[in-house]
Design a protein around this ligand. Sequence first.
Ligand code: SF4
Length: 420
Amino acid sequence: MIAKERVYFKTFGCRTNQFDTQVMISKIKDFEFSSDELEADVIVVNSCTVTNGADSSVRHYINSIERKNPNARVVLAGCGSHSKGETLLADKKVFGVMGHSEKENINEILKKPESFYEIGDLEHIDSTIVEEFVGKSRAFIKIQEGCDFSCSYCIIPAVRGGARSHSEDTVIEQVKKLADNGFGEFILTGTNVGSYGKDHGSSMAKLLKKVSHLRGVRRIRIGSLEPIQIDDEFKELLDEPWMAKHLHIALQHTSDKMLDIMNRRNSFISDKRLFDELSSHGYALGTDFIVGHPGEDDRAWMEAMERLIDLPLTHVHAFTYSKRDGTAAASMSDLVRGDVAKARHRELTELIKEKNYEFRKANQSNLEVLLESGNDDIYRGFDQYFNRIEVRSSEDLSSNWLLMNSVEVNREGNMAKYSS
Ligand code: SF4
């Protein structure tokens, strides 16, 4: 019997890329998996190209393989295959290049004896829905791919294509299966998840309603929404008991000048109105924010901070701008110095940390906590507001739901003791 070749997967970048690796892994039939890149015959590099720095990391990794395991066939997949694939192949840095749409054909592609460039198209959506599990009761489900926006700093539409979604039936079938197996919390994710359904007459709200009716579904979270995607149909669901009381809404900035430069579709006046409305329904609210984008002068920053102070925010993913060739922002002038951007990043995260602390102090009871696994008698999980909690217990509480009415609120997080 001929031994099967061994394949090793190296994944860079975001959660979507992790999901994509899972799709590829699920399609491998004629290879063995290797956990050691030095012993692998084929190395699939699922790359990220979000910034110039991300490109360098991928290139650096490929160079290191060339030295450490020169006989391996390196196959470039992921977003970088669409931006850097041709060059890396021409430079003989990789054996083959496969685009996003080719993931499900990976088993055949990897058998190719000759160097290849299978870039495919950017309209395809995988037939495989991937889930990722945290403990035994939370599941991430990728329901959508791609983005139709054109934000100045982002390369995603060029390397992942426009927005397209899985059908409602496919998503429902998947959730049903998992709910039957004991999963209670579902996190719906995608590249621009709020655009769900636009391509087949559905919407996030319609999908949410259907998923919520499935037996066993207890709580639903949504990855990240754009402000303009929260329409009246969605707002009607705000008080539903199965909605996690936390929404992550990507503002990216709060200065009008910056929103304009960044080619965003939101404006501060309507963002503020929206956040106040959501907060009046008891929601904790998170956002993405890019600090140090070209054009962010002192005045724009001051305006942004004043407005942030006014916003009912509880969580933030703050990013420091990093140049990406091929985007509109890459050719902009008025760059922000690195140390200035760093200081602004700190100022922003400190502010939101304080806001989060105030929110937790004001919301200490009726916390519906889903615990993940634990060790040393400490169990960690999240409440409905997406605030982390640490629970001490001598009883095994892994994957348990708890209703907590008394927690210790510290600056760093919530803590509690459990005794039955
Ligand atoms: S909404 Fe903007 S930042 Fe987000 S993926 Fe689309 S283009 Fe990129």
